[in-house]
Design a protein around this ligand. Structure first.
Ligand SMILES: Cc1cc2nc3c(=O)[nH]c(=O)nc-3n(C[C@H](O)[C@H](O)[C@H](O)COP(=O)(O)OP(=O)(O)OC[C@H]3O[C@@H](n4cnc5c(N)ncnc54)[C@H](O)[C@@H]3O)c2cc1C
Length: 254
């Protein structure tokens, strides 16, 4: 299974509503041509703190204004810019690490209790495996899958009596729970992740360049490339480079 990251949602700036505010306040805003919605949201939020509109607006363009906010450590304004990602082809081992990020993230993950996966798939380790290790890995996945399907089918076969709907749901949950207990960390999952720009910057800093965690680096690099395409100003100091093996790593420039 291969990694795929879709961006399903992003913050939208309502320039008309903001123009109404400026008019009500009798002031104006020199807008930077080409700045994206998320970049403008951050700039406008920052400027609200100082009401630096009209004559109080400095000549800095959007990119330089946002950069200065970040350099000053005025990072709470970055929390107004939000993206929703759907990650597919990631392992449960990876998502277990990802969901430890509590601040500025929201998660909705495929359930192994409610969704009956009759063909579980597995995410290969990111380091190339020598032949004997690859054979061991493939064999282990096959054994887990066989055991999972055997437990699922055997418990389902034992439970053929009619039950009221609410009991039926809990019986299925118990069957799926028993079966999933033999699925490995490599089991593929899907997760919808919403995160704001500040949380993403922190995530890229602490998770994007761990040499021994290729899956984490791959996801971080993919997410960075998507948000940076949207909002270069918010991620101006993050770059993706390649390690010697060609895999990506996310670097933060000081
Ligand atoms: C290299 C590496 C190795 C790791 N190894 C392990 C491991 O072996 N075992 C393990 O269990 N985890 C491990 N982790 C996970 C790590 O401990 C964190 O759970 C994870 O990185 C999320 O980070 P966080 O708590 O800073 O993020 P968030 O929960 O998103 O919090 C962001 C920031 O908010 C602040 N914050 C959040 N909650 C609190 C709070 N309750 N009190 C005060 N400040 C708060 C902190 O400044 C924090 O950095 C590892 C992480 C890394 C990067």
């Amino acid at each position: 299974v291969s990694l795929r990251v879709y961006v399903l949602s992003r913050s939208r700036f309502d320039a008309d509503a903001f123009a109404e505010f400026l008019q009500d306040e009798g002031t104006s805003w020199k807008r930077t041509p080409g700045a994206s919605d998320t970049e403008e949201i951050v700039e406008v939020a920052g400027r609200v703190c100082y009401m630096s509109y009209g004559e109080r607006q400095s000549p800095r363009d959007n990119a330089n204004y946002v950069k200065r906010l970040i350099q000053m450590g005025h990072e709470s304004v970055l929390e107004h810019a939000v993206w929703g990602f759907l990650l597919v082809g990631v392992s449960r081992a990876f998502t277990h690490q990802l969901v430890r990020h509590r601040v500025g993230f929201a998660f909705s993950q495929l359930s192994q209790q409610y969704f009956e996966d009759t063909d579980p798939r597995f995410v290969k380790p990111s380091v190339p495996l020598p032949d004997d290790a690859r054979t061991a890995w493939n064999g282990a996945m096959e054994t887990c899958k066989e055991a999972y399907l055997k437990i699922l089918n055997s418990l389902k076969a034992q439970d053929e009596e009619p039950h009221p709907a609410d009991q039926r749901r809990e019986i299925r949950r118990a069957i799926h729970s028993a079966a999933r207990s033999v699925l490995p960390n490599a089991t593929e999952t899907k997760i919808f992740v919403t995160a704001n720009a500040r949380a993403l910057r922190y995530f890229f800093s602490v998770r994007g360049s761990i040499p021994g965690d290729g899956e984490m680096r791959a996801v971080a690099a993919e997410m960075l490339s998507l948000v940076k395409a949207d909002s270069p100003a918010l991620f101006f100091d993050f770059e993706t480079e390649k390690l010697l093996d060609g895999s990506p790593t996310v670097i933060r420039r000081p």
